[in-house]
Design a protein around this ligand. Sequence first.
Ligand code: ZN
Length: 131
Amino acid sequence: MKEPNKIEAMVKAKCPQCRKGNLFTHPWWNLFKFDRMHVHCPECGLRYEREPGFFYGAMYISYAFTVGIMLVGGFIIYNYFGDPEPLGYIIPIVLISVLFVPFNFRIARVLFIHFFSGVEYKKEKKASSQK
Ligand SMILES: [Zn+2]
């Protein structure tokens, strides 16, 4: 079987260690449970929350994405919708930001665990072949 590469694992929100187990328990379009994560990787058993409050760091990524979305939104409104009154900016930008919450939340955690957790990709567990 082909080895999943890092980009693939991140796009599919997989475990950084085995790149097989899912990080999240539900798909992103499940609006009530998109934020639920497995405590341990269902494939290799890696504990996702590396230390207490580990994922607080992901909020900075999420924040950066939100600011980016707001800036792009403001730019588009200014250039293509004739620079409206302030509410003409605020309402659509807030709506768009809210729509992107599930995406932002998940991509931030995926990036954070893949780049800042210090977990290395391990091909296969040799000694104890669980499963
Ligand atoms: Zn895993």
